[in-house]
Design a binder for this molecule. Structure first.
Ligand SMILES: Cc1cc2nc3c(=O)[nH]c(=O)nc-3n(C[C@H](O)[C@H](O)[C@H](O)COP(=O)(O)OP(=O)(O)OC[C@H]3O[C@@H](n4cnc5c(N)ncnc54)[C@H](O)[C@@H]3O)c2cc1C
Length: 479
């Protein structure tokens, strides 16, 4: 059975990969000339990579880790020491660490918090424990019920003060959805915290050993094509063509300026971002409540910055939380990533967030503001007679990235199965428990493949043909 999938981000590629495992023939149609969507990367004229986003993989990503195993590329994940490292704006040039000892969860997390004396006073530790621990014990149902509050509101209800919010959770909220605690849904932070506290290696991070396009997306494409599937770039979906009954007749593909091609298949999947899907909705579907709900979702702006310096600014081989006003997480990729390695010079990759007031500003303005923030983080490298010199930079703006996870968004997130009999959705914005993440994208694609197969199963049962099955990974099985 042939399945046409629009979008070769992680969700579209994962959907195609799992469909081939189940005996289907996917054809993936990607609008751009590069694979990966939000994980896409490019090489500059010097052969240096730059990316849409700084990406880390977590121990609490069962479906992603299983995918690496299935593709036989597990050795490409470079696991880092299990620690969380924060800059200390009030002590420029220094870091504060939450080191997770080799103990079972949640003991390792509790020890990490108890042993950190730079960022939390004993009073704040008790305050935080009193607020968080009961919430974690109340389980996922309780966490789901917190989608009506911002994280700031939720912290206040638990009696956790502003200092803890400022000290830790601004950095955490920005790293998860590129917005502040006063905007992000409590559900997002509590979901992440409960995974991190319940799984021994849940918050341990890995960096890929090179660009996601080459080191993760390409092996997915190789896997798909080796099993009869197809992945086409520069093949943008222009229009979803319908039959009279409202089902999909074909995908009209642009690409070649002069000619439009219609790709037909037995089934169709959109793995495009929600903002594009909304624009692409056929008029006949706009009346359906299922599709109207998509109006409640919108991508959040974010900016990814790459700075190449003439020397090393840090030797830390891990993710760093800047705790600065304009920046979120960052890493010195010359330390963290094998293919970007340089023993003499730093290449900082920094996420600039919240970006809504900056996304339309010029690169020069964004660079200038970033350098001012860096000077406060690393004053030792920027003052004196021989300050660090910026050799070059690259800025990648994404005006609409993952869905903005403000309170109340959960009810707008669609299932992978739609009311249209031969049309499905995939994408990290669709309903799955890992929110707007790479794990969420991979899982959504797998769930779509599963839903397609379940439908075929039903039809095959009617005609008693055998079918294969597929299961999402759980942490118990893989982490
Ligand atoms: C700066 C940044 C940092 C991030 N950091 C992390 C991290 O550290 N860890 C983590 O887990 N997640 C992170 N994420 C989130 C993660 O990248 C996304 O959740 C995930 O990649 C989304 O995948 P997707 O397939 O759902 O969507 P997308 O990646 O948006 O893929 C959609 C695809 O559809 C294509 N498309 C669009 N229009 C058309 C059309 N008309 N026809 C055909 N194709 C079309 C697009 O080009 C794209 O390839 C980060 C994201 C950003 C932006």
């Amino acid at each position: 059975m042939r399945v046409a999938i629009a979008g070769a981000g992680l969700a579209g590629l994962s959907c195609a990969k799992y469909l081939t495992d189940l005996g289907y023939t996917p054809i993936v149609l990607e609008s751009r000339d590069v694979l990966g969507g939000l994980v896409a990367a490019w090489k500059d004229n010097d052969g240096d990579w730059y990316e849409t986003g700084l990406h880390v993989f977590f121990g609490a990503y069962p479906n992603m880790l299983q995918l690496f195993k299935e593709l036989k590329i597990e050795d490409r994940l470079q696991w880092k020491q299990h620690t969380m490292i924060f800059n200390q704006p009030d002590k420029p040039g220094t870091y504060s660490r939450f080191d997770f000892p080799n103990l079972p969860a949640p003991l390792n997390g509790i020890m990490a918090i108890l042993r950190n004396n730079d960022m939390l006073s004993w009073g704040e530790k008790i305050e935080l424990a009193k607020g968080l621990v009961p919430a974690m014990l109340r389980g996922q149902k309780y966490v789901d019920s917190t989608d009506k509050y911002t994280f700031s509101e939720w912290l206040k209800q638990q009696g956790v003060g502003d200092d803890v919010e400022q000290g830790i959770f601004i950095a955490a909220a920005k790293s998860l959805n590129f917005i502040d605690p006063s905007e992000i849904s409590a559900l997002v932070l509590l979901t992440a915290l409960s995974r991190f506290l319940q799984q021994k290696n849940g918050s341990q991070v890995a960096f890929l050993d090179g660009s996601p396009t080459e080191r993760l997306c390409q092996p997915m494409v190789d896997y798909i094509t080796a099993r009869g599937g197809e992945v086409r770039t520069k093949a943008p979906l222009k229009e979803i063509l319908l039959n009279e009954d409202g089902s999909v007749r074909g995908f009209s593909i642009g690409g070649n300026e002069s000619s439009n091609e219609v790709v037909t298949a037995d089934l169709y999947v959109s793995a495009m971002p929600v903002d594009i899907m909304k624009v692409m909705l056929p008029a006949a579907w706009k009346q359906k409540e299922f599709f109207q709900k998509l109006d409640g979702l919108e991508g959040v702006p974010v900016i990814n910055i790459h700075l190449w310096f003439d020397r090393k600014l840090t030797d830390i081989d891990n993710l760093l939380f800047s705790r600065s006003k304009l920046l979120s997480v960052y890493a010195d990729m010359s330390n963290t990533c094998k293919e970007y390695a340089n023993p003499d010079r730093s290449m900082l990759e920094l996420v600039f967030a919240p970006a809504k007031d900056w996304i339309n500003k010029s690169e020069e303005e964004i660079l200038k503001a970033t350098l001012v923030e860096l000077e406060t983080l690393f004053p030792q490298h920027f003052v004196g007679e021989n300050p660090a010199k910026l050799l070059k930079y690259k800025i990648v703006k994404t005006p609409r990235s993952v869905y903005t996870a403000t309170p109340g968004r959960q009810k707008y997130r669609p299932t992978q199965v739609t009311p249209i009999s031969n049309f499905y959705l995939a994408g990290s914005y669709t309903m799955q428990p890992f929110l707007g993440s790479m794990e969420g994208a991979v899982l959504s694609g797998k769930l779509t493949a599963q839903a397609i197969n379940a439908q075929a199963h039903l039809e095959a049962n009617a005609s008693s043909k055998p079918t294969q099955t597929l299961q999402p990974a759980t942490n118990a099985a893989t982490a």
